[in-house]
Design a protein around this ligand. Sequence first.
Ligand code: CA
Length: 249
Amino acid sequence: MNRPDFLAMSDKPYHLFVVEDDTALRDMLAAYLERQGLAVTAMASAEELLRRIHRLRPDLVILDVGLPKMSGLQACQQLRAEGDRVPIILLTARTEEIDRVLGLEMGADDYLGKPFSARELLARVRAVLRRAGGAPGTPVGHAVPVRIGEFHFVAASRSLHRGDDAVRVLSSIEYALLAELVLNPGVAISRERLLAASHGRGETLLLRTVDTAIMRLRRLVEPDPAEPRYLQTVRGHGYMFVPHVEARG
Ligand code: CA
């Protein structure tokens, strides 16, 4: 049997959400994708997607457009409005160009018109995950190191570097918080969202944990942790990464 090379490369499987209200199609897709070595969480509504995505970070979402109540397009738009860049492949019964354009405008990564073959979907999944470039469980957009003052945050190795030296491998919560912050420079991110980003699968943490982890990160990267320059507090809300700006001469 030919297992897909790229998808099966890592020890830990990629985790996909399949959001589809057609039970037969949902079960078929979930079973097929699982046979390809992927971990699948299947659900039937956009509301459930929005409720669960913060607790159980998927690597990719396969999202039906035609869902009861909130549509897949609306859910996609809402996630992007919240700054969530999880890769999304939209599925739709309607194949009009307008849907494709709308879907991509709403921030979807790809689009597949029904009917489609499971193989075709798998090819899209592979392409989108490859483009996202992360190992399973890695937030999107961390291919290049991000400068934080004298340091560089290297997402792939979950570490902080100064010059050529790795000075610290981050704990999983430090890593998750920093990844979420630096991915959204200049955006105030709520403590709740940071907490959600730091959840391992099923792990529970308190909001206070976010604050103490931020303090540890500040002691690492801030020249003066009492007057943070890069990891700033947004009062009554959360935190914000303020990137280093080169002075132009
Ligand atoms: Ca549907």
